[in-house]
Design a protein around this ligand. Structure first.
Ligand SMILES: NC(=O)c1ccc[n+]([C@@H]2O[C@H](COP(=O)([O-])OP(=O)(O)OC[C@H]3O[C@@H](n4cnc5c(N)ncnc54)[C@H](O)[C@@H]3O)[C@@H](O)[C@H]2O)c1
Length: 391
């Protein structure tokens, strides 16, 4: 299915490109994060926007999917100014249809600042603009978004918390116990760092973590909290302070550490046909968006590996942010964690049961459920495309 809209923006100052893709509007709203990555393409953003439609449908949320991407190195000192100009240029969309949030290369705090600097309010302004009292809605949501849990913003935790809950539901399906398995992760930013924290808290032994600078490994288990405390704002670990017994390995070694569980939580297409056979475990839980190529997933499934698809496993951030903005969850960390846990366990179990019954892959089962939910909301609320902007 074609997306509703694809837009390419050229920065008048640096000639960098930015992209907005609206895959589907439901009730006049499409939600999805903003990615800042050197090499980001329109095609990548289009695939991610599609995944956002499925993510909203998977959690039965009454919104469609969109995504923004900037082909910019997030370390570039000009990145913030480019992001502000991008937001300003796409203002008509951000005021009306598109609600965004953090993604790879951006934090929620950076986005809030960029939207404020662009004079646009907040990244989810399109949704609050539909309420009768937008400033009160912004204040209510902002109070919840401001919360931290054990020193980290809740916004940067809920995604990985959901990944860990999805992983545990999948372990139950496979008859595995968290305390008896090992995990390796690619990425140690918002998603990877929080996935590692909550997997470790379940008793999973985290034996490898890769960031952009390489892999850190220890077959006896890594002290996740030690590395969370040393992490840079870009999710990178200071190599001068490795814990005793931990080894620094090349970046791509994370997949061949012999872990039972792999959590790709960084780049797209991280697991492909050229490296998927390096993984000898039973379970892959996709914290990143589109981290496994279709060919690799086929090969892994043939080998009996269970792959929990991205748009289910990593939907915690999107789901929680939308629940908050739409007023569907109580404020506070406890309410957030409780609702994510309940929703994730129920969704993963239902997906795996349907996959078994229908003889299809978990991704196919989840896609059916997600699209049926999205179609139902679309039928009830309409697409909202009859507007001045998109007509
Ligand atoms: N942040 C969210 O709320 C959220 C929600 C759902 C999905 N996602 C997806 O999760 C993935 C990660 O997003 P994030 O927000 O955690 O990003 P982030 O910028 O916070 O962290 C990215 C991490 O990946 C590492 N990394 C980058 N390139 C790498 C490489 N080639 N090899 C190994 N590590 C590498 C970085 O060093 C960093 O540790 C993306 O695919 C994103 O779309 C993010």
């Amino acid at each position: 299915m074609e997306p509703l809209l694809r837009t390419t923006w050229t920065d008048p100052v640096t000639a960098s490109h930015g992209y907005l893709v609206i895959d589907r509007l439901v009730g006049g709203i499409a939600a999805g994060g903003t990615r800042v990555r050197e090499g980001c393409t329109l095609e990548e953003v289009e695939r991610l926007a599609r995944a956002m439609t499925l993510k909203s449908g998977g959690l039965d949320l009454p919104v469609g999917g969109a995504k923004c991407g900037l082909d910019v190195d997030p370390h570039d000192p000009a990145a913030t100014a480019i992001l502000v100009r991008f937001v300003q240029a796409l203002r008509p969309f951000f005021e009306t249809y598109v609600a965004t949030g953090e993604d790879m290369g951006t934090t929620q705090a950076q986005l809030l600042q960029a939207f404020a600097q662009a004079g646009l309010g907040v990244p989810f302004q399109a949704i609050v603009n539909r309420s009768t009292d937008p400033p009160a809605e912004v204040a209510r949501a902002a109070a919840t978004f401001d919360i931290q849990s054990d020193g980290i913003d809740l916004f940067d935790l809920v995604g990985g918390y959901g990944v860990a809950e999805a992983a545990e539901a999948a372990m139950t399906h496979l008859g595995l116990k968290p305390g008896a398995i090992t995990a390796a992760l690619q990425g140690f930013g918002s998603m990877g760092g929080s996935s590692a924290r909550y997997l470790a808290r379940k008793g999973v032994k985290v034996i490898g973590i890769a960031d952009a600078g390489g892999t850190i490994a220890n077959p006896e288990g890594l002290d996740v909290e030690h590395y969370l405390a040393l992490r840079s704002p870009f999710g990178e670990i200071d190599r001068s302070r490795l814990a005793p017994g931990d080894r620094a390995l090349p970046r791509d070694e994370w997949l061949r550490l012999g872990a039972d569980l792999a959590v790709p939580a960084a780049v797209a297409d991280a697991i492909h046909e050229g490296n998927c056979d390096q993984f000898t475990g039973r379970l892959i839980v996709e914290a990143a968006n589109i981290p496994t190529t279709a060919g690799a997933e086929r090969r892994l499934i043939e080998r009996g590996v269970l792959v929990i698809p991205d748009f289910i496993a990593n939907a915690g951030t999107n789901g929680w942010a939308l629940w908050v903005v739409l007023g569907l969850v109580d404020p506070g960390a406890d309410a957030a964690f409780a609702k994510i846990s309940q929703t994730m366990r129920r969704t993963v179990s239902a997906m795996l049961e349907l996959a078994d019954e229908a003889g299809v892959t978990p991704r196919e089962a989840a896609t059916r459920v997600a699209l049926a939910n999205s179609d139902r909301h679309l039928a009830a609320l309409g697409g909202g495309t009859r507007s001045a902007v998109l007509e």
